[in-house]
Design a protein around this ligand. Sequence first.
Ligand code: PGA
Length: 250
Amino acid sequence: MEVLLFETYEEMSRYAGRMIGDRMKAKPNLVLGLATGSTPLGTYKELIRLHREEGLDFSKVVTFNLDEYLGIAPTHDQSYRYFMDTNLFNHINIKKANTHLPDGKAKDPAKFCLEYEKAIKSAGGIDFQVLGIGGNGHIAFNEPGSPRSSRTRVVNLDEETIKDNSRFFAAVAEVPRQALSLGMATIMEAREVILLANKANKADAIVRSVEGPATEQVPASILQGHPRATFLVEKEAAAKLKGKYRKVRA
Ligand code: PGA
């Protein structure tokens, strides 16, 4: 895995947005894996800017999101569908039919998960996957202990994740306790992966993922075994790293 260090969140986000833009120019029908959360917001802003100011064309791009809360409708303002529409899709020329998220209201969630895996396969597989990281090292909602062989499935959220996400809900009791999430094996099959991290609350998860052993107890550490994974890390999130890594200005 490669680690790139950035002075600021803005620089990390610009760099990530440009990486995606470059891959889209090389392959206009790129299959893009997307993430929600506060971390990728700057990257999505850069993609919107590249579309508006430089004509970056999303008309053939296909997207698959990592996860969705179980039991939450797409119209709910905390659904990940709502997040993606308002923070990215509504501002670029992507076809909504080409944007996929797990359905939090699926009648048969287990069956839906199998279909989601099939849809990724029939689109040709994920070319480029964007990831954030949880304070506990999770990627998507693969919480510590998620098997390397896991596929898209219904997962129980960790207490730490529920607490982290409660800032978006009126009360902790309203945070969903389950989600649909891409599995570890599904993420590892993406041809290229970037993981973004900023802020001091990610510093432990980053040092454990990059410099600790690859273990299912720290899901992001499994990316050490990915042939083309890059961690883009802002200064505060990188504070506990001991090794020497490339510093990038963007
Ligand atoms: P955040 O979430 O970007 O809001 O910090 C990241 C995650 O939990 O994967």
